[in-house]
Design a binder for this molecule. Structure first.
Ligand code: PLP
Length: 359
């Protein structure tokens, strides 16, 4: 059976070498040496001054929202994973949905200003499938209305925008290192900022608000990650070059194989160096998608409806119309992509799709 993704695993001995050190030190969590080393190596790889390694990408979003001291309404995208919206609601803020651009599936900056009210405090947008939002347009709007900007960069590891890591943009960027993501630490996440004060604040929030053993400066949460997770991250990071290269080759292969196919994929944002994390296929309507999914399932191939449903239809939000997001989320799937996916399997998947189209 071929699923949409399969986690990368490093050679077992390389992970065990790190784990042996954990046994020697008997230091399992709470800012241990491997967490520290992973933070240093990530900063070096991404060429960033500040980041915090966290226990997952959802806590990263919550810490970002909390650290900025937001109130009222947060403008966000209906086309993302549920955590983008649920984090806003969980922090007692109101998600306000702005529809997406049909070509990139990212929030449409031309529709943001109409959604701004006196209660708006921030914009939280997702770089969907790892492809950057229109960062410059969003910054112009945010500056004009004095809004904070947070980017959910859960798909973005390795993506650059105008020559810099995409995580450098916005007041805060977040990411996820969940096992399903291109670079992972089993569970994990991070926050990024260029502002040292904001970094300090988020470090406090990550650790229950501890300012000293018995001092609590602020309300906090447990956002720490463990030495075992950092060990997986360190072992995987050695392979990131190969992981990114194989993704790119796979992405381009799907594109070429499916050049004559009726469904389209996304447009890569200008100025981006894309990480090729996902290969979405957007059909003209849901019936078409379901027909193809059914046929692929019979061949033991299981793409994923990602993202579905459109988040403006969640039961705990104020439901508004977002026709582009609803149309795309009902008719999109992501094709299988993982480190050791072979060209032969990709050819087989493409053959299934093209044969059905021509029948
Ligand atoms: C995976 C994902 C998250 C959540 O990250 P976790 O590490 O699983 O908590 C948030 N946003 C998006 C867009 C994601 O894809």
């Amino acid at each position: 059976m071929i699923f949409v993704t399969k986690p990368f695993l490093p050679p077992r001995e390389e992970y065990e070498r790190y784990v042996n050190g954990i046994w020697q030190r008997n230091w399992l969590t709470n800012h241990g040496p491997l967490v520290n080393e992973l933070e240093l190596q990530l900063k070096d790889y991404l060429q960033l001054d500040h980041l915090l390694y966290l226990n997952n990408g959802t806590i990263a979003l919550q810490i970002a929202l909390k650290a900025l001291g937001l109130k009222g309404e947060v403008i966000t995208t209906p086309f993302s994973y549920v955590a983008t919206t649920s984090a806003i609601a969980w922090e007692g803020l109101k998600p306000v949905f702005v529809d997406i651009d049909p070509q990139t599936a990212n929030i449409d900056p031309n529709k943001i200003e109409a959604a701004i009210t006196p209660r708006t405090s921030a914009i939280l947008a997702t770089h969907v499938y790892g492809n950057p939002c229109d960062i410059d347009a969003i910054k112009t709007i945010a500056d004009r209305h004095r809004l904070k900007v947070i980017y959910d960069g859960a798909h973005c590891f390795g993506t650059k925008y105008k020559g810099r890591s995409v995580f450098e943009y916005g007041d805060i960027s977040t990411t996820s290192f969940h096992a399903t993501k291109l670079f992972h630490t089993v569970e994990g996440g991070a926050v990024f900022t260029t502002d040292p004060d904001l970094l300090k604040k988020m470090a406090l929030l990550r650790n229950f608000g501890h300012e000293g053993p018995n001092d609590f400066g602020d309300i906090g949460i447990n956002g720490k990650n463990s030495e075992f997770h950092a060990a997986m991250g360190l072992a995987n990071l050695k392979y990131i070059g190969e992981i990114l290269e194989s993704r790119k080759a796979q992405w381009l292969r799907y594109r070429d194989l499916l050049a004559g196919f009726q469904a389209r994929t996304i447009r890569i944002t200008e100025g981006a160096e894309y990480n090729y994390a996902y290969f979405p296929l957007i059909f003209s309507k849901e019936e078409e998608l379901l027909k193809y999914l059914d046929m692929l399932g019979k061949g033991q191939v299981f793409p994923r409806r990602y993202f579905y449903p459109s988040l403006n239809r969640l039961p705990y939000v104020k439901q508004v119309e977002a026709p582009v997001s609803e149309q795309i989320s009902s008719s999109v799937c992501c094709l299988p992509m993982y480190y050791d996916l072979s060209p032969e399997i990709q050819q087989m998947i493409a053959r299934f799709l093209l044969r059905m189209q021509n029948n």
